[in-house]
Design a protein around this ligand. Structure first.
Ligand SMILES: C[S@@+](CC[C@H](N)C(=O)[O-])C[C@H]1O[C@@H](n2cnc3c(N)ncnc32)[C@H](O)[C@@H]1O
Length: 213
């Protein structure tokens, strides 16, 4: 039953690719000993990744793009930008991602948390992706998180996902950020992908935010 539901959600071809990738990811898991979550979510198994990749890649001429919480790099590894970075707290998964995507010359992986943004050589970021980390946050906490990240390095576009779907949540997000676009996750529909345009966000000053992670 679970297999049929998944098959419907991701399609036959993806199911085959997903099985092959699972075998490869398992070998990496044995070698690098990263968190088991990554085994449960091989490359082709999650439609939200495709939605994020397609959404970001609609923007032509991206100078750079960063994903925080990149895991094995199955989102950032497919983003078209002159320079891309994947950041993750777990050094073991970063080692594995560096190996997995070793042929992508414009892609670098760094181990660390949000503050690692400060270490990037660029002055600002075109697109910052934070998938599968803040999915249960309320609007105020999302605002605080965006503000904190922005202090580390300004960014023009912010992409995140959320399981929250109530009208109140949308209203509160709008209050915090103004107009905001969102997309269905392309699968079960249990989450949405939000895209914030932050051209005006530099108005936030350091005094206005509480730095916490
Ligand atoms: C659920 S996985 C998602 C991986 C990837 N984004 C994907 O969708 O395939 C979440 C990842 O975020 C990382 N993570 C969680 N909190 C983080 C933080 N504050 N800074 C950097 N990475 C974080 C975890 O180590 C984990 O690899």
């Amino acid at each position: 039953m679970k297999v049929i539901k998944k098959l419907k959600s991701i399609g036959f071809q993806s199911m085959i690719l997903s099985s092959l990738d699972f075998a490869y990811t398992y070998l990496l898991y044995k070698k690098y000993n990263f968190d088991k979550w990554h085994l449960s979510a091989p490359k082709y198994s999650r439609t939200y990744r495709d939605v994020i990749i397609t959404t970001v890649n609609q923007n032509q001429n991206l100078k750079n793009c960063v994903e925080i919480g990149c895991g094995l790099g199955h989102i950032i590894g497919h983003i078209k930008a002159d320079k891309t970075y994947g950041i993750d707290l777990c050094s073991k998964v970063i080692e594995a991602a560096t190996f997995y995507y070793r042929k992508r010359r414009h892609l670098s992986f760094l181990s660390g948390g949000f503050e690692t943004l400060r270490d990037l050589p660029e002055d600002d970021i075109d697109a910052l992706i934070l998938p599968n980390i803040i999915f249960d946050y309320d609007a105020n906490r999302i605002y605080e998180t965006v503000s904190n990240l922005y202090q580390y390095k300004p960014f023009k576009m912010f992409i995140f996902d959320s399981y929250r779907q109530s009208p109140d949540f949308f209203e509160q997000l709008k209050d915090c950020f103004g107009d905001i676009s969102y997309y269905d996750d392309g699968g079960d529909g249990d989450r949405r992908i939000f895209v914030l345009s932050l051209e005006e966000f530099s108005l936030v000053t350091k005094e206005e935010v509480v730095l916490s992670e």
